[in-house]
Design a protein around this ligand. Structure first.
Ligand code: ZN
Length: 265
């Protein structure tokens, strides 16, 4: 039996952080994440990305370096309350601005006001969006089953207790693997708030059993895993993707299949 729940380096746990709206506090928060070795995704809407000078573009690119820049629509409307043609414009214009800043294709998203439906899924998909985060906390650690309705573990304000739960069960076969925290950096208004974040990040960082990743890195890795070609006797593995991949066999053996290679065991 082969199972996919193994991540880069053969690790079995994943941590990601995701922040909405763009704010000057992102600067301090991104630095804090970098300092602790944690990867985050920042979802930006048009207010922070329209009519920028070249210097402003360069500064934003620098601010989010090492993390992911991701969509949040142009004007932060309610996706389920607009004609599809408006929604298309909201997504594509947001993407264009962000790609100018990021210098890479921006295909991730979080829903403004957490608003989505099965119907909007198809619009986001048609606009090239491959994942989008909701604000529906699971208070648990599931991997997404539908990337366009990716439910986080919790808001950062309730993350400390869940962080302990996640770490206490880190070696358990029966607990789920992804700790996904979301929030807004503008909520960090006092030094106590920043001290809270510092405590949370200290707790969760520097653990060699955890893969620290951005949202898109998790999407890319999980999607690539599903492209592995595996023989019926589960002894030959072909990896046609550009990412090194890992799987677990019979709950005991971790197998690495390097990018573009076939592995026989
Ligand atoms: Zn928002």
């Amino acid at each position: 039996m082969i199972q996919y729940h193994v991540f880069p380096g053969g690790k079995k746990r994943v941590v990601t952080f995701s922040y909405d709206d763009g704010h000057i506090n992102d600067e301090r928060l991104a630095k804090l994440f970098t300092e602790k070795g944690i990867k985050a995704t920042f979802h930006l809407h048009g207010k922070y990305t329209e009519n920028l000078t070249e210097t402003e573009v360069t500064n934003l690119r620098k601010r989010y370096e090492g993390h992911e820049i991701s969509c949040h629509t142009l004007h932060h409307g309610w996706p389920t309350r607009m004609p599809q043609q408006s929604l298309v414009n909201e997504i594509l214009e947001n993407r264009k601005h962000l790609e100018n800043i990021a210098n890479y294709p921006v295909v991730g998203m979080s829903y403004p006001s957490g608003d989505y439906s099965d119907e909007t899924d198809s619009v986001f998909k048609a606009c090239g969006i491959v994942y989008s985060r909701t604000v529906n906390s699971t208070n648990n650690f599931p991997l997404p089953t539908n990337f366009l309705q990716w439910h986080p573990t919790c808001h950062h304000s309730s993350a400390l207790a869940l962080c302990d739960k996640f770490l206490n069960n880190i070696d358990s076969e029966w607990t789920l693997p992804l700790f996904y925290v979301w929030g807004h950096s503008f909520e960090l208004t006092t030094e106590e708030d920043w001290a809270y974040m510092d405590t949370l990040l200290d707790k969760i960082s520097g653990n060699d059993k955890i893969w620290y990743a951005t949202n898109i890195e998790i999407y890319n890795y999980m999607t690539a895993q599903r492209q592995l070609v595996i023989s019926l006797d589960e002894k030959t593995f072909t990896n046609p993707t550009a990412l090194d991949l890992w799987v677990e066999k019979d709950k005991t053996q971790i197998i690495k299949i390097p990018a573009g290679q076939t592995v026989r065991i």
